[in-house]
Design a protein around this ligand. Structure first.
Ligand code: XMP
Length: 538
């Protein structure tokens, strides 16, 4: 594509975004950085809608959105490497402010005539930033501050017409700006918590430079999604597979707010849930929100299908297939009971991270779907309603709270579709083992909540290996189950760290499990991060 083709796009600056329901938008171009997604999240935290697009996206596509600002992310390349991602110069002609971060800044500097070179040493981790001239970007912030760096090449000279604002140990020029051209750059990462003034710097860019008014909020999302769902669905019937997780719960509530009783939720209790989970979901939806809900007790059916199945993927397949069968049967029953048209629409809790993961949100990629309802097949003849497609997990939680979803459901930790079955490892998920695991998990959850740690942890759960060990209790030999305690912190489940739970808490958990659960005589702690482990054991 030639630059000439886009030299005169519609005047972008100062116009409302072209993305439906979004007043103002900032585009983040992804150059392959580790934190690219986080930049978009931080921009949204500032109240400005933001989308992450691959850096190769055509300029027309960016111009079409009429963004208020453009952020170039970091990335692993060197501007001198063969095939390194380049800057489309037309980007700087859109009349929209541009902020380059890390590689994004080096790209701007390099293309605009500054000097980028490999420094003798790379700069990874915390660095001290010395602000010489705060300019517009760093105005009002301390002259000395900490920032997070992750680069090998460094900027040695700002391009002509630019002001060098700051430096650090290994970066002679760590921030630049040219207010006339609306081009800004920072070598460090404002999006990570290790840069204490990072959010303030992003906010300054968004408000002072881009003139954003920060109208993106949970309330505005609800309003917009309700309007769009009504538009899509009209007076058609909608069906939603409720899993008890926060995504499908929030998606269902949004659709219910939009089209009321046109929606029916189907909750399939496969007997692999945590203790009390089914009851909580049914009570919240049926009793509190008055959402038409079919709750199917399918425990027997699922246990039957799991008989003799020990291999993890075989378990997943057996559960997924049975789930579809139950769901289809219920959909057919509903259609018969109604006597009218069967439901045409199916609600899915697809999140923005799923959209990005499967191709970067350009709208052309195949989207990983059905992750919330245990694997419904693609040939189910429904049109999908996906009200969370533009949202990150924390926004989904904020929307849930806005819609009045009980805190217990809003903050529920992720739970795999195949449930407790894939936490009985190396063996069959029998009713007896599921009950032991459910009780152990319940004790763990109670203690974690009591210690005020539930929200801090991405997940905390128990695993029950199909193993017995010898113990001694009350002068008697025991031969019982081992319960594994697994607790991790994570941002997105792609990586995770084992949580450093306090020793006293671990002791309480272990002694409660052994005292209250006769089948258990040993408790161990999993101290594996991801990688090399996965979060679940199967
Ligand atoms: P792993 O174990 O791969 O898990 O580190 C990452 C995240 O995904 C969840 N998980 C699943 N969720 N169906 C699901 O809906 C599954 O089969 C499944 N397996 C893992 C896991 O709980 C963690 O949050």
């Amino acid at each position: 594509m030639s630059d000439a083709a886009v030299t005169a796009p519609e005047p972008v600056a100062g116009q409302p975004s072209a993305t439906p329901g979004v007043a103002e938008e900032v585009v983040v171009l992804d150059y392959g950085g580790q934190y690219s997604q986080l930049i978009a999240r931080r921009v949204r935290d500032c109240g400005v809608f933001s989308e992450l697009l691959p850096h190769r996206v055509p300029l027309e596509e960016i111009a079409r959105r009429r963004p208020r600002g453009i952020i170039l992310s970091g990335g692993p390349a060197s501007v001198y490497a063969d095939g390194a991602p380049r800057l489309e110069m037309g980007l700087l002609e859109l009349g929209v402010p541009v902020l380059g971060i890390c590689y994004g800044m080096q790209l701007l500097v390099h293309e605009l005539g500054g000097r980028v070179e490999q420094a003798e040493v790379g700069e990874f981790g915390r660095s001290e930033l010395h602000v010489r001239d705060p300019g517009v970007l760093l105005k009002g912030m301390p002259r000395e501050q900490t920032c997070w760096m992750s680069h090998r090449d460094a900027v040695f000279e700002a391009p002509p017409g630019f002001t060098a604002l700051a430096s650090s140990g290994a970066s002679p020029v760590a921030a630049v700006e040219n207010t006339e051209r609306g081009v800004y750059g920072i070598q460090f990462h404002p999006e990570v918590v290790h840069t204490p003034y990072g959010q303030e710097i992003l906010t300054r860019f968004l408000t002072e430079v881009c003139g954003c008014e920060r109208t993106w909020s949970a309330a505005s999302i609800v309003e917009e999604q309700v309007r769009r769902i009504r538009e899509q669905v009209g007076d058609g019937k909608v069906i939603c597979g409720l899993s008890g997780g926060v995504d499908s719960s929030v998606a269902a509530l949004l659709v219910h707010r939009a089209v009321g009783e046109q929606l029916t939720c189907v909750f399939v209790d496969h007997g692999l849930m945590r203790k009390g989970e089914g009851e909580q979901v049914v009570s919240a939806f049926r009793d509190t929100f008055k959402v038409p809900l079919v709750a199917v007790d399918a425990e027997e059916r699922f246990l039957q299908k799991l008989k003799g199945v020990t291999e993890p993927e075989a378990k997943r397949r057996a559960i997924g297939a049975e789930f579809i069968r139950v769901f289809e049967e219920e959909a057919a029953k509903l259609a018969r009971a109604d006597g009218g048209e069967p439901a045409r629409y199916l609600v899915q809790g697809t999140l923005y991270s799923d959209v990005i993961e499967s191709g970067g949100g350009t709208g052309t990629a195949t989207i990983k779907s059905h992750h919330n309802v245990g694997g419904l097949p693609d040939d189910l003849e429904f049109e999908l309603v996906e009200p969370l497609r533009a949202l990150f997990k924390d926004e989904v939680r904020a929307v849930g709270a806005e819609l009045g979803l009980p805190e217990r459901l809003v903050w529920r930790q992720p739970f795999p579709g195949p449930g407790l079955a894939i936490r009985i490892v190396g063996g069959e998920a029998t009713k007896e083992r599921l009950d032991v695991l459910r009780e152990a998990d319940h004790i763990l959850q109670e203690e974690i909540r009591e210690a005020g740690l539930y929200r801090e942890l991405w997940q905390s759960f128990c695993v029950l290996p199909d193993v017995r060990t010898v113990g001694v209790q009350g002068d008697e030999r025991t031969y019982g189950y081992v319960v594994v305690v697994r607790a991790v912190t994570s941002d997105d489940a792609m990586t995770a760290d084992w949580a450093r739970l306090p020793y006293d808490l671990l002791e309480t958990i272990a002694s409660r499990m052994i005292n209250e659960l006769p089948a258990v005589n040993r408790v161990v702690l999993d101290i594996t991060s991801k990688p090399p482990g996965t979060i679940e054991w199967e």
